[in-house]
Design a protein around this ligand. Structure first.
Ligand SMILES: [Zn+2]
Length: 316
């Protein structure tokens, strides 16, 4: 079989004979892995908790998630990591909410599994997926925010994914505000006021220990005035950041995903759009759209699979 492949054709042959990849969305709370085809269809899924104790534990959990899905149809692996990546080496420099420190996951995984490996920031990966298959289809400029344990961000600029740091969760929305989360030493960042963790904190303030963001959203939906006010405060600050992003990147659409973003939905997005338009320069002050992500919790893993296909095809 191998002899019949023309010179330089091994990679092409593998790309053709391997129609599937594994994408992993590595969140601060859970790892969501899936087998995905070129049309972004998720064919199998595997989920496990993200260990928080050490980098070694995280890598072990990632390997176990790959093992759970791996078979001979898989041609590549892609990871969406909640971390700053070195633009050229793709080494994960440091994550805000995970114990990662100069982790070369590509070298580790390609050696362990013998497959091409793609690495991208998790927010970038989600933006990639929503642009190709979701709420951003057909646009040239898109801003994506994922509201989860932290706030991730991703950008599509001039019709391509921006591959550098797009740490949109770490913009200041309250000067000298509350200290940011995890390894971030800033203050008043979007992440500390508009993430799922911020919603959890707001819920605890209202309903005591053990309350969480989901309870806050449920109560607000049920008409609880105090819960609605907390969500409005979050939406105002989210909108302030979105308005600023609109003035920088001129997006046709701003897509909001992540666990908390999905759960809060219109309760958060309508008010955020209103606040964003107040900050945005014309014509975005009237046209800016803030919309929910369409790929649901799969956005990150589908984006990671797009990165895997790029690795399989020898791009990036
Ligand atoms: Zn921060």
């Amino acid at each position: 079989m191998r002899e019949s492949i023309p010179r330089g054709g091994a990679k092409v042959a593998r790309a053709l004979s391997a129609p599937l990849v594994i994408g992993l969305d590595v969140g601060g709370t859970k790892i969501l892995a899936g087998v995905v085809d070129r049309d972004g269809v998720v064919q199998a899924k595997h989920e496990r908790e993200t260990p928080k104790r050490s980098e070694e534990d995280v890598v072990e959990a990632l390997d176990a998630a790959v093992e759970a899905l791996l078979d001979d149809r898989i041609g590549a692996i892609g990871y969406g990591l909640p971390s700053n990546l070195d633009r050229h080496t793709r080494v994960a420099l440091q994550a805000t909410n995970l114990p990662l420190d100069d982790l070369d996951l590509r070298a580790h995984a390609s050696e362990r599994f013998g497959l091409p490996v793609g690495i991208e920031n998790d927010g970038n990966a989600a933006a990639f997926a929503e642009w190709r298959f979701g709420a951003g289809r057909g646009t040239s400029n898109l801003v994506m925010l994922t509201l989860g344990t932290g706030v991730g961000g991703g950008l599509v600029l001039d019709g391509d994914l921006y591959r550098g740091w797009a740490e949109l969760g770490h913009v200041v929305v309250q000067a000298n505000g509350r200290p940011c989360q995890g390894n971030c030493h800033g203050r008043g960042h979007l992440e500390v006021v508009a993430s799922g963790s911020a919603a959890d904190r707001a819920a605890r303030e209202l309903y005591g220990e053990g309350a969480n963001g989901h309870m806050l959203v449920e109560r607000a939906r049920g008409g609880d005035a105090a819960a609605r006010e907390k969500l409005e405060q979050i939406a105002e600050l989210l909108g302030a950041a979105i308005g600023s992003f609109a003035n920088q990147f001129d997006p046709e659409v701003v897509v909001i995903g992540g666990g908390f973003g999905r759960a809060a939905g219109a309760l958060l997005l309508e008010r955020a759009q209103e606040a964003a338009r107040r900050e945005a320069l014309a014509p975005a002050d009237e046209t800016l759209r803030v919309v929910p992500a369409e790929l649901g919790e799969d956005a990150g893993l589908v984006g990671a699979s797009l990165v895997a296909f790029e690795a399989l095809d020898g791009m990036h």
